[in-house]
Design a protein around this ligand. Structure first.
Ligand code: ZN
Length: 302
């Protein structure tokens, strides 16, 4: 297992500072720091001659100028179209003539609709340049149009918001999907990753251990949800179930936790382990959820 030296992982995440992580990969942190974005969105600059810029961040003319100072930008790529990742892409492409690469966002009201790619990604797409190859890995879960990018030469996997450093990824249905998310984490684990390069936070070494822990964390929460439902044995709304399944999480975070719970319940419903009463997902706090009978029998000890 390849490990990153500590000094590589802990390069400064300061703003306005172009940092070389390894030869041919640099990082510039956008100035949109906050509770959901950590120090800000990581913009990666890949290559030395012809550059690919990954996730240029929210609209910010100064960030565009700093990226353009890095060299000749030929490609602007986005992992997904949440407003902290892609809105700067169009301006950067217009100013540099770069090709815009990504997948348009789903219609869920949370996407940057200004993003219209020149190249619409599909799983396995390869950007082949004289210097490097970047392979697109479709990783739905955080959002349906999310892609990670594999840079084989360095062993870097650029993970956008699929895997974040120092924070749990938020999964918001219907465009976020917990079942897809877990499958997409398993998909990344197939690559011989030296470093996970997230959209927020530091590089992470020991990728396989980290990805395994991510899956274990989600499945442990799932087990807690099933146990809480088994204890109560009656249909519950999200609002009723959240404190039961997230008793270990601070109450101030329960509003966000309710989204994750919803995502878990949809996964369990798809797997036939949970049933939902009421048609509409949009009135999600009105819907009631109950364990499927076979699951109740399995979980309730006589
Ligand atoms: Zn996102």
């Amino acid at each position: 297992m390849a490990n990153l030296p500590q000094q590589l992982i802990e390069h400064p995440l300061a703003h306005h500072l172009l940092v070389e992580l390894v030869p041919g990969i640099r990082r510039l942190v956008a100035t949109n720091q906050g509770p959901m974005t950590g120090p800000g969105t990581n913009t990666y600059i890949i290559g030395s001659e012809q550059l690919a810029v990954l996730d240029p961040g929210p609209l910010d003319a100064a960030h565009v100028q700093e990226l353009m100072a890095a060299g000749h930008i030929c490609w602007v790529i986005v992992t997904h179209t949440h407003p902290d990742h892609s809105p700067n892409a169009r301006a950067l492409a217009d100013l540099t003539g770069a090709q815009l690469i990504g997948m348009p966002g789903p219609e869920d009201g949370h996407q940057d609709k200004s993003f219209v790619p020149d190249v619409a990604l599909i799983d396995g797409y390869q950007l082949v340049t004289p210097e490097f190859t970047l392979q697109a890995v479709h990783t739905p879960g955080h959002v349906a149009n999310h892609f990670c990018f594999w840079h084989e030469r360095s062993g870097f996997m650029f993970t956008g918001d699929h895997v974040m450093q120092g924070a749990t990824v938020v999964i918001i249905p219907p465009s976020g999907d917990m079942k897809d998310y877990v499958a997409s984490v398993e998909k990344l684990a197939q690559f011989p990753i030296v470093a996970l390069a997230p959209g927020h936070g530091h590089l992470m070494g020991q990728a396989q251990e980290y990805l395994s822990a991510l899956i274990a964390h989600r499945l442990a929460r799932e087990a807690k949800i099933i146990a809480a439902m088994a204890r109560v044995q009656q249909p519950l709304t999200l609002a009723e179930l959240t404190p039961l399944a997230y008793g270990d999480v601070d109450v101030s975070l329960h509003a966000i936790a309710a989204y994750s719970l919803w995502a878990h319940l949809i996964k369990l419903e798809k797997e036939g382990r949970v049933r939902q009463y009421k048609e509409s997902h949009w009135l999600f706090d009105q819907a009631h959820w109950q364990l499927a009978e076979s699951v109740v029998k399995f979980n309730v000890k006589p």
